[in-house]
Design a protein around this ligand. Sequence first.
Ligand SMILES: Nc1nc2c(ncn2[C@@H]2O[C@H](COP(=O)(O)OP(=O)(O)OP(=O)(O)O)[C@@H](O)[C@H]2O)c(=O)[nH]1
Ligand SMILES: C[S@@+](CC[C@H](N)C(=O)[O-])C[C@H]1O[C@@H](n2cnc3c(N)ncnc32)[C@H](O)[C@@H]1O
Ligand code: SF4
Ligand code: SF4
Length: 311
Amino acid sequence: MKIYDNYNRPVTSLRISITTKCNLNCFYCHKDGIVPSSQEMTADEIEKACKVASRLGITKIRLSGGEPLLRDDIITIIEKISTIGFKDISLTTNGTLLEEYSSRLKEAGLNRVNVSLDTLDSNTYKFITGKNHLEKVKAGIKAAVKAGLYPIKVNMVMMKNINSHEIWDMFKFCHQQGAILQLIELLTTEQCPGNGFEKYHYNLAEIEKKLSKIADKVKTRKFMQDRRKYYINGGEIEIVRPMDNTRFCENCTRMRITPDGKLKPCLLRNDNLIDMKKALQEDNLEKLRRLFIKAIKNRYPYYQKNKKGNP
Ligand SMILES: Nc1nc2c(ncn2[C@@H]2O[C@H](COP(=O)(O)OP(=O)(O)OP(=O)(O)O)[C@@H](O)[C@H]2O)c(=O)[nH]1
Ligand SMILES: C[S@@+](CC[C@H](N)C(=O)[O-])C[C@H]1O[C@@H](n2cnc3c(N)ncnc32)[C@H](O)[C@@H]1O
Ligand code: SF4
Ligand code: SF4
C-alpha cells in the first residue's frame, strides 16, 4: 500500500532528525529546517513512529540532525528500526565519528551513509566548519567503505569563491573511495537567515550542462525529487538543486520528523507541523496513524508553478 498526498505525490520516505546537537558549526547550516529544542524522542519512540510509517507504506528511513552520531543510543536506534523491515535505512553525518562507529552501524542494520564534506583543503574546512576535523572525516569515509556501508555519498555544498573550484578533485577523491559525489545547491530557509546565501550561492545549472555533455550515462530519480545522476568514467555525480525548483518539489516523496517528535511535512516550513509527542508517550499507535495521515494531508509542494500561495 502506498499513501498519496493531495498533490498525488506518494509518501515513501521518512527523514528523522534525532538531535539538534552538533560538534561542528558550519556557517551555512539549515539544521534540516528545525526549530531548536532540547527534547529528544527516545529510541522506543523513534521505533514506534517508524512502525506506523511502515504500515502506511513508507519504505525508506533516513536519520539526520544535528549530528546523529552524537546520540549515545544511536546503535540501539538503528537496531530497533532495522527489525521493522524497511527497504533502505540510511544516515547523514558529518563523518567526524564515522571511523569509530562504521562497523557497529553496519552490524546494527544500517545500509548506507551520506557523509558531508565540502572541501579537501584543511584551511577551507576550518573556515566552513570552525573545526580541524578534515582528516577524521576522510578516515571516517574510508572506514565506512571498509565496513560495507553501500553506496556511500559524499555531500558537497557548492559555494562560490569557497569550494566551487574543487569539484574535480572531490570527484577524483570520491571515485578512489568508491563513493558517489553529491553536489548540493546552497539553500537558505527561515531557520538560517544570514547564512551566506547572498554571497556564496552558486548556480549549479552550468555544471549540469557540462556534466550532461561529458557523461557516459544520465539517470533521473523520478521518485527522489527528479534528481539527475551523471555517470562519468566509472564514477558518479548526483545533483541536488532545490531552490525555486518546481520539478524538485513536484517529485518530493518525503515526510520528516523533528527531534522532539513533530511531523514536519516540508523542509522549508514550520507553520504546519503536527505534534505526536503525546501519542508517542501514550503508546497509541492508532492515534499516531491518524496524525501521520493528517500531516500527509498538510503536504504542499513548496515551490509551485503559478504559485498562488500555499495554504
Ligand atoms: N529543499 C529540499 N532539500 C532537500 C530535501 N531533501 C534533501 N535535501 C537537501 O539535499 C541534501 C542532501 O541530503 P541528504 O541528507 O544527504 O539525503 P538525500 O541525498 O536527500 O537522500 P538519498 O538520496 O536517499 O541519499 C541536503 O543538503 C538537503 O538539504 C528536501 O526534501 N527538500
Ligand atoms: C543539516 S546536516 C545534518 C546531518 C549532519 N550533521 C551532516 O552535516 O551531514 C544535513 C545535510 O544538509 C546539508 N546542509 C546544511 N545546510 C545547508 C544549506 N544551507 N544548504 C544546502 N545544504 C545544507 C549538509 O551539508 C548535510 O549534507
Ligand atoms: S555538521 Fe551538519 S548539522 Fe552540524 S553544522 Fe554542519 S551541516 Fe549543520
Ligand atoms: S516540498 Fe520542496 S522544499 Fe518542501 S521538502 Fe519537498 S522538495 Fe523540499
